[in-house]
Design a protein around this ligand. Structure first.
Ligand code: F6R
Length: 616
């Protein structure tokens, strides 16, 4: 949460900072600000509550003198509401120093009291202003921004990425990170800092990852990374695998629309290079068979949409690798006393690779001796670096806050992982593996088919239902996580009450919610694989229909058993059960998007949310 960008080089920095913030706006969008050291060596600052456009308009009305050293911030409020004053940057040292912050400083109250006793006055309600004031005090003592950073970071508790500039040291941006993201972009005679590579990918695809508890100083000609105690560190270089165009809307009405449409590619790209001679071969897991052979239990941990991908993964891994799998919400995992040890494999799933809850769960599992593997979409992110192994999803940058293509890529990666584990553990035969691989390879085209054949129909349906106040989703087996995901998509972007249930749970309570006209989506499993599960779901449909529900069925082509009881039928191509979620989720994403659009809502930046949740 909160997007951070820094620039130093020969060019005027304001456009670079604002463009970087536009790419990071998904991380928070309740206020934004920049600070620039101008060509006269004076620090100027502007910050505004509201979306980035409000700041842009303010700068257009009353320009700020430009210069080639600057920092910028887009906020998701934690301490203090979204006001001009609480927006970042925060100033100190009589307006000569500016600081931006992402994270939460847990001991801010004690620090604030200490500084207040020394005569410092605070204007905002934020913890971040306390860090700025502390840095100002330390700068006055040392006259050296890097030395001041070393004193400050060792006093802060909690999670933070900090960037600061001081007008007495133009041509220098200093940053530090603990449990919040920060990456370096390496340019020619210029350098960048960003919460993620999107901040600077337009200028350079060469990047350096900064580890935990490290300080970075960039000038136009140098990049220095040290520990919090000033010991030099070799940062890990990496090349960003996508270009700036991939993070543009490219003619689509929204990033979400573009990302939903990119799912065939996200699935294909996640499989690419990982199948040889009909077998799953994951190069990143080469030589790591012991991760899977000695394991007695798998825990998949994640939050939100990623946790629903995890539930699909549970079905796949248990079926293929014959090992018990539990799915744990990351924020619940470490606050009890879970049974985790050296024979536990903890698989984390995260699009951003920065979700604080998931990161903390991974660290906790490692401390308990577990082996850890992450499934992640973002290169250079923290969670993969804290894990023993990583399988990257190759969905490309996901900008819309509501996750879509990353979800499909996560399921694809879990299917690959399940098959790989099954082969390593000897629980999947070569011929079964080949059949599953062939199915996996056909999926991208089938997702494209759902998009081509059902988008218009589902959008129309959503348009008719724009006044609906509540929608329920039912599924069984792997349809259950998809019901949960369908409900989450609808809640988060259209602000409609929605619930997902395991269809078998209906009679244990939720059926009381059914009244005449209540819309219910039902994900119907294929009758070709389990006639029993199929017939049970058809019975569930009859039960809710009998009570007046408006039933919208997602069913495979040719399934005629659902026709007598459905008000609407959405068709998906035939697929093996474990692969169906990749198809059945697509209409639900389109439905949520079309309904939010019909209500005139911003589907990319829903209220109260931010994409990368880097606070607990
Ligand atoms: C919902 C959504 C969130 C994320 C969750 C985890 O559409 O995007 O529920 O899935 O916040 O985020 P990552 O995957 O970045 O760890």
């Amino acid at each position: 949460m909160c997007g951070i960008v820094g620039y130093v080089g020969p060019r005027p920095s304001q456009d670079i900072l604002l463009a970087g913030l536009a790419r990071l706006e998904y991380r928070g969008y309740d206020s934004a600000g920049i600070a620039v050291i101008d060509s006269e060596g004076q620090l100027g600052m502007r910050k505004k509550a509201g979306k980035l456009q409000v700041l842009r308009d303010s700068l257009a009305d009353a320009p700020l003198a430009d210069g080639s050293t600057g920092i910028g911030h887009t906020r998701w409020a934690t301490h203090g509401g979204p006001t001009d004053v609480n927006a970042h940057p925060h100033l100190a040292d009589e307006g000569r120093l500016a600081l931006i912050h992402n994270g939460i400083i847990e001991n801010f109250a004690a620090l604030r009291d200490e500084l207040t006793a020394e005569g410092v006055t605070f204007v905002s309600e934020t913890d971040s202003e306390v860090a700025a004031a502390l840095l100002g005090r330390e700068y006055r003592a040392s006259g050296d921004l890097q030395a001041a950073f070393r004193s400050v970071v060792n006093r802060l508790e909690g999670a933070f990425t900090l960037l600061a500039v001081h007008q007495d040291e133009p041509g220098l941006v200093v940053g530090a990170r603990r449990n919040s993201p920060l990456v370096i972009g390496l340019g020619e005679g210029e350098n960048f800092l960003g919460s993620d590579v999107a901040a600077f990918v337009e200028h350079t695809r060469s990047a350096l990852a900064i580890g935990q508890d490290q300080i970075v100083a960039i000038t136009p000609a140098s990049v220095t990374v040290t520990t919090f105690d000033g010991e030099p560190v070799d940062a890990q270089p990496f090349e960003v695998s996508w270009n700036a165009a991939a993070a543009e809307k490219g003619g689509w009405s929204s990033f979400m629309a573009k990302e939903v449409a990119e799912q065939p590619e996200a699935v294909a790209n996640t499989i690419r290079g990982r199948i040889h001679d009909g077998e799953v071969v994951i190069p990143e897991l080469d030589g790591l068979d012991d991760l899977f052979t000695g394991v007695r239990r798998v825990i998949i941990t994640a939050c939100g949409t990623a946790s629903y991908a995890a539930l699909v993964g549970k079905y796949a891994i248990e079926q293929w690798a014959r090992v018990p799998v539990d799915v744990e919400l990351a924020h619940e995992l470490r606050y009890r006393d879970p049974v985790i040890g050296s024979e536990t494999l903890v698989v984390s799933i995260s699009q951003s690779g920065e979700t604080m809850d998931t990161l903390m769960a991974v660290k906790y599992a490692r401390e308990r001796g577990a082996r850890t593997l992450s499934i992640c979409n973002t290169q250079g992110a923290t969670i993969p670096r804290e894990s023993d192994a990583v399988v990257y999803t190759h969905a490309g940058p996901e900008v819309a806050v509501a996750s879509t293509k990353a979800f499909s890529a996560q399921i694809t990666a879990l299917l690959l992982l399940g098959l790989h584990m099954g082969r390593v553990r000897g629980t999947v035969s070569a011929s079964d593996s080949r059949a599953a691989v062939a199915e996996l390879q056909s999926l991208s085209a089938k997702v494209a088919q759902v998009l081509a054949e059902e988008s218009e129909h589902v959008s129309q349906l959503a348009g008719w239902m724009a006044d609906t106040r509540s929608v329920l989703f039912l599924g069984r087996h792997v349809g259950f996580p998809i019901a949960l995901e369908g409900a989450l998509k609808l809640k988060e972007i259209s602000y409609i009450h929605a619930e997902g249930f395991a269809a078998g749970e209906l009679k244990h309570g939720p059926i009381a919610l059914i009244e005449p006209g209540q819309p219910v989506f039902v994900l119907v499993p294929s009758p070709r694989h389990s006639a029993l599960i199929h017939s049970k779901v058809v019975s569930n449909i009859q039960e809710i229909r009998a009570r007046g529900a408006r039933v919208i069925v997602v069913a495979e082509e040719g399934d005629a058993a659902v026709l007598p009881y459905a008000d609407e039928v959405i068709r998906i191509p035939l697929a093996e059960p474990l692969f169906e979620p990749l198809l059945s989720v697509v209409p639900l994403q389109i439905f949520a998007m079309a309904l939010a659009t019909a209500k005139g809502l911003d589907v990319d930046q829903p209220r109260n949310l931010a994409k990368s949740v880097t606070v607990e």
